[in-house]
Write a protein that binds this ligand. Structure first.
Ligand SMILES: [Zn+2]
Ligand SMILES: [Zn+2]
Length: 115
């Protein structure tokens, strides 16, 4: 990808808020990290993703996001977008590791509750 920072910011300008609850995405708060749905590319906060994870369609446009049988709570954080909220006083690597641990904890809790 050879986009300039400016065109990336322009591309993401319409996606700076959760498509479901309209809360601004926040780098500092994992609940408001942006998650992008795989088919329609609506971006929602992790809090809303957790709320709608048992649904099979995007609440915005009813497009199914069940592709490749990927559970919705395993969808990747939109890191390019998240980086636009990046606080340079913190380590990006540490933040990624924290997020991976958070995802792992969610997956474990889902597996426990569904078994
Ligand atoms: Zn939300
Ligand atoms: Zn959608």
């Amino acid at each position: 990808m050879s986009w300039s920072n400016q065109s990336i910011q322009s591309y993401y300008r319409d996606f700076l808020r959760c498509a479901r609850c309209s809360h601004d995405f926040e780098y500092e708060n994992p609940l408001y990290h942006p998650i992008t749905l795989p088919t329609c590319h609506h971006t929602m906060c992790r809090k809303c993703i957790n709320i709608i994870r048992n649904e099979t369609k995007c609440p915005q446009d009813q497009i199914s996001f069940e592709i490749n049988h990927t559970p919705i709570d395993q969808l990747p954080t939109n890191y390019p977008l998240l980086m636009s909220f990046y606080d340079s006083s913190k380590s990006y690597t540490a933040a990624v590791n924290d997020d991976l641990q958070h995802i792992t904890a969610i997956v474990h809790s889902v597996r426990k509750s569904s078994s």
